[in-house]
Design a protein around this ligand. Sequence first.
Ligand code: G4P
Length: 530
Amino acid sequence: MTLNEEITRRRTFAIISHPDAGKTTLTEKFLLYGGAIAQAGVVKGKKNARAATSDWMEIEKQRGISVTSSVMQFQYEGYCINILDTPGHQDFSEDTYRTLMAADSAVMVIDAAKGVEAQTRKLFKVCVMRDIPIFTFINKMDRESRDPFELCQEIEHELGIDTYAVNWPIGCGKEFQGVYDRKGGKIIHFTSNGGAKAATATQVNLDDPALDGLIGQRLHQQLSDDIELLDGASCDFDMDKVRHGKLSPVFFGSALTNFGVEPFLEEFLRMTTPPLPRMAGETVIDAFDEPFSAFVFKIQANMNKAHRDRIAFMRVVSGKFEADKEVYHVQGGKRIKLSRPQQLMAAEREIISEAYAGDIMGVFDPGIFSIGDTLCAPGSKFQFDPIPTFAPEHFQRIRSIDTMKRKQFLKGVEQIAQEGAIQIFKPPYTGMEEVIVGVVGTLQFDVLAYRLKSEYNVDLYTEGLPYCYLRLVGNEEPVKEDELNLGDAKLVEDYKGRQIVLFTSFWSINWVAERNKDLVLLEFGGGKEE
Ligand code: G4P
């Protein structure tokens, strides 16, 4: 296969949902179609996970999920598909944002009985920031669900995106009869088959009298009415709007019973494009035109505790990666050979010798990579636009309970901070005995405490702090706390040595600004601002 053919057949998408909407089940069905797994239950050890009762185990489980199934590749009908799993926990973390940076489109799974839920909303906002196409799979139609019109309206109102129903459900729950494929004008009849690989689909036209016999007169009538209403009221299908994330094609189905999954996958592949370009300043780095380039979007330490390894995940943006050739690490200013390049398939890791634009690969990181780093062919020197960091919204003061373990404590905190899950600050005039930790979602505090215990054998003393906003000090000379009137705000330093002020409220930012006319306060990162 030529380079162009290899890249053309690639699709890279992220899958997002509120926990329990059916993301794992849907992913699993995709993998089954692609022949990447032979049976359901491989992606997530559900039965074992259930036995895990304590909160700590829960975190480990969550972490396990995002680690082992964070990237999966499978082949389907000539396509090479990379799925990026977004962390399943309720808390939003920067990790999620970065994962979405590596995707070219997103699949949003919604529980038909619940509609748009908190986590969907958060993840969705991030997708919108990237303008990537968003496909909606309304799942669990084999259960009692909400009115499909109402569900579509909710997506439109709550998420601010137009919807176009590609298919339409006929009944739900025990009455669920299948879907009407609007483009083909056909009914795909649902027959529960206990989750076997192939869904049973009978195709019948809407005006076929035999339809009464198949789905019953009442549902036939309701379907005809629904379709009439839909054709009249909904917006037209506009591929351009889909590609820019302004219109979401909506599909109804049931992942568990494997209904509507394959038609969804087929339409999804038809509507999505090969790998999209990325920007490096003013330059567009196109998947096809350029030699190899990639950027690091995630770093994960201690994936294998026994080996204390650290994996940097990168998205190949252009060209072809060949394991035996050197690449140029722009931020490090060095030519390097990427060590142990690997791809992940569910729980397995496989060493690879090549990868193409659109692919996600992990490489062993001896501690040289940071999130957002660019790798390219020797001779090129561009840098991909940085991945924005989010300003933390929750803060804690932490230290090791056992003062003898100070070293491990610092090593652990610094390493976890390098992964980007937390941001660390030190109060001025103190050593690094104590660290102030800032996170975007509070679950990160639990993960931090858990990981320090399990990976570094450090028990933490923690104390919640009242701050929720921060600003970077932009003065040319370092400022001194005793020369400022900060009220209840606090001056700290981040690990890059930059001065930062933490505030307890949005209001107190103005309070401080008014009383310290010489203090220059700058907004931080690309995250939340009121
Ligand atoms: P998540 O990754 O989005 O968190 O969701 P997951 O796939 O784990 O699914 C959550 C629960 O919903 C699972 O049940 C799963 O079987 C069920 N489910 C997923 N899709 C469908 C569907 O189309 N119809 C129905 N009726 N149920 C669905 P569980 O009881 O938590 O686990 P399990 O023992 O069934 O694995």
